[in-house]
Design a protein around this ligand. Structure first.
Ligand code: FE
Ligand code: FE
Ligand code: FE
Length: 148
């Protein structure tokens, strides 16, 4: 793939996940309120703060690499958020779908960024990838406790 195409793909993916993160800053407070388990509520509140930091990181990637994001809406995240479960076990299942979507997106962005030689951007995107993976693990533990 040419560098131009790689860069276009990187910008497209980054714009998409930016929209996804923005949507999550609206959805996570609602998920927290819907949680009856206080640990689950806390997990959503912690991840809301992380999500705000993740949006800041994308802004830093854009500034650092002198890019311009496209105004697109992540339809996948819109759908995931809309499925809107109410019970804790279903909240966890829905939240894990969200984290897996983000893990796939940031994994791709790290690989593209590496190919494009965007070292600083990759560092920032890896920090976010690690947070998404840690959140996914935390949710798995909570789901296992739910079962007992
Ligand atoms: Fe995120
Ligand atoms: Fe998307
Ligand atoms: Fe996340």
């Amino acid at each position: 793939m040419s560098v131009k195409t790689l860069q276009e793909l990187f910008i497209h993916e980054l714009s998409d996940v930016y929209s996804a993160e923005k949507q999550l800053t609206k959805a996570l407070p609602r998920l927290a309120r819907a949680s009856s388990n206080p640990k689950l509520r806390d997990a959503f509140e912690v991840h809301l703060e992380e999500t705000q930091g993740q949006i800041d990181r994308i802004d830093r990637v854009v500034d650092g690499a002198d890019l311009k994001l496209k105004r697109i809406k992540c339809a996948a995240m819109e759908g995931l958020v809309e499925e809107g479960p109410v019970r804790d076990a279903a909240l966890i299942a829905g939240a894990q779908k969200v984290e897996h979507y983000e893990i796939a997106s940031y994994g791709t962005l790290c690989a593209l960024g590496r190919q494009l030689g965007l070292t600083d951007a990759v560092k920032l995107l890896q920090e976010t990838l690690a947070e998404e993976k840690a959140t996914d693990k935390k949710l798995t533990l909570l789901a296992e406790q739910e079962g007992n």
